[in-house]
Design a protein around this ligand. Sequence first.
Ligand SMILES: Nc1ncnc2c1ncn2[C@@H]1O[C@H](COP(=O)(O)OP(=O)(O)OP(=O)(O)O)[C@@H](O)[C@H]1O
Length: 306
Amino acid sequence: MHVIETAGLTRRFGDVTALDDLTIAVPPGITGLVGANGAGKSTLIRILLGLLPATSGSARVLGYDVASEGPTLRQFVGYMPEHDCLPGDVSATEFIAHMARVNGLPGDAARERTAETLRHVGLFEERYRDIRGYSTGMKQRVKLAQALVHDPRLLFLDEPTNGLDPAGRDDMLDLVRRTGHEFGISIVMASHLLGEIERVCDQVVVIDGGRLLRQGAIADFTAATGTLIVEVEGDPAALADALRAAGLRVEGDGRQLLLPFDGDHVLDRVRDACADLGLGLVRLERRRQALEDLFRPAPEALHAGS
Ligand SMILES: Nc1ncnc2c1ncn2[C@@H]1O[C@H](COP(=O)(O)OP(=O)(O)OP(=O)(O)O)[C@@H](O)[C@H]1O
């Protein structure tokens, strides 16, 4: 069963067509919703939550019709909005427990789920401090916690790494992946950064100007190329020499050696040479096409900020 299905979904704001005849079917798992700023990602998420009516077309989320069954479907769905939406003068515990109660959990269950959720997002130690004093990364994690506290089956994350530095970005992406896998819930993560989507998601929906550009499994877009990447512990120069002596074409790229891959015999040669030289093999795999390559030179805007 698909977690999301839309048919001819269209939304206009005056003269602006934010979504244009969008038909998608999203299976369970972690899905990236990719598009440049203004592509229509937030509009789509708000329609799928039943918070914004479509101009025309229809959508089902977890089997519920978004137009007529919004309140029911929102019991099973969590939402992390893009912009700051947190009160400053309460602690994370107070805020998340409040959100748990708003979502219908009784007192004891609300307290238990609050502690569990704050532990999961890595805020347990800091849970009694006012949110006002939190870093951007901690605030993002509070936003994730409020989306998770009622144990949803599907989670919408709108640009969850917004405003984070590279380390904070990595932490958030790890957390998103762990959340999907450990809790076994489906996630739709909107981002304008293809690199992020590639790291975290199983599948991708790409929209541009409110229209569907591409949809499918990440693995289908990132097919293996004809280049083999080899990394060993220590200096790879001796290995490169040995492989060249065995008649292979080898290019160096810092710590990596790159070889044309034209069959499994190349793998055997590399393993044998490493064994002969007593070198530990750290990496031996075919380079995959990057998701970003698919969109080069196509929509420039998709790369903005990446
Ligand atoms: N309430 C609104 N009134 C008028 N225009 C709107 C409204 N909401 C969205 N739009 C327009 O619809 C288009 C899609 O916006 P949307 O916010 O969905 O894009 P997005 O892909 O989420 O981009 P961002 O990452 O910048 O939020 C934009 O042109 C935007 O200006």
